[in-house]
Write a protein that binds this ligand. Structure first.
Ligand code: NAP
Length: 252
């Protein structure tokens, strides 16, 4: 069965004038998403840890003569309240609102039994995958509420709905992400236009997937660009009925 969004191809000006922030924008799915949003008219705030990855994406977007993005280097492992406040103030001063906040950055951590999972690594993973997403959302919520139709998008995983042996802290962090998404959705339901949802990309050809499944042939996996109809649908007016739910970008 084909779903409405699977072949979604919105007009190239769909997000014209929109300000959209993507974490983990430098590589993998976040990079493809940032480029795709720029190709649909958005000014994208490219948030990531490694400046050179963000700069090469900036150059690509400019080479295609798309709306100029902003580079926001942030190591989510060290994210402070002061940095969240600075980011919020900078976006407020420059744009007055934020149309979309897309939490895409994540770390995988070690794939090992939970009984032996190193607690210091667990703390770091929860910091990047969960705590930083909460801090950024808290800091940027006033700007999302100022948008005409704000979007708060989280990134889940199949191991965020069904625990699986050896997926350790990553799996726990994705369960927490699902919970955070549902709570924000419930809290915002009747008091705002902000739509809150998560996307589970499913097996996708990126460095994270290659690290989790080193023996797999990446050629058999979907590419990040094949996920884009789902993301575009979620972030556009077409997806405004999606709220409080996790969408599988690669439905079975
Ligand atoms: P990826 O290729 O490993 O890219 C991860 C991105 O997150 C990179 O841009 C990286 O920045 C950023 N990041 C990691 N740690 C960071 C930190 N401490 N501070 C700031 N940024 C940080 O991963 P991906 O496969 O594209 O995954 C994207 C999302 O999809 C993740 O949430 C992942 O859990 C989810 N997902 C992926 C799959 C899959 O099969 N690929 C399946 C299910 C869910 P740098 O450029 O600085 O390294």
């Amino acid at each position: 069965m084909s779903l409405a969004w699977q072949h979604f191809q919105p007009a190239s000006d769909t997000f014209q004038g929109n300000i959209m922030m993507v974490t983990g924008a430098g590589r993998g799915i976040g990079r493809e998403l940032s480029l795709t949003l720029a190709r649909h008219g958005a000014r994208v705030i490219l948030c990531g840890r490694t400046q050179k990855h963000l700069e090469s994406l900036y150059d690509q977007i400019m080479a295609e003569q798309l709306p100029e993005p902003l580079i926001l280097p942030l190591d989510l492992n060290k994210l402070s309240q002061a940095e969240c406040d600075q980011v919020s103030q900078a976006i407020e001063q420059q744009f007055g609102h934020l149309d979309a906040l897309i939490h895409n950055a994540s770390e995988l951590g070690p794939l090992t039994s939970l009984s032996n999972y190193p607690i210091s690594t667990y703390d770091q993973l929860m910091q990047v995958n969960v705590r930083a997403a909460l801090m950024l959302t808290q800091g940027l919520m006033p700007l999302l509420l100022q948008a005409k139709s704000g979007r708060l998008l989280f990134t889940s995983s199949s191991v965020g709905r069904q625990g699986r042996a050896f997926w350790g802290g990553y799996s726990i962090s994705k369960f927490a992400t699902e919970g955070m998404m549902q709570i924000f959705a419930d809290e915002l339901e009747n008091i705002s236009q902000v739509r809150v949802m998560a996307i589970n990309p499913g097996a996708t050809r990126t460095e994270m997937r290659a690290r989790a499944y080193p023996a797999e042939n990446p050629g058999q996996l979907k590419t990040p660009s094949e996920l884009m109809p789902c993301y575009l649908y979620a972030l556009s007016a077409a997806g405004s009925q999606w709220h409080g739910q996790t969408i599988d970008a690669q439905p079975r």
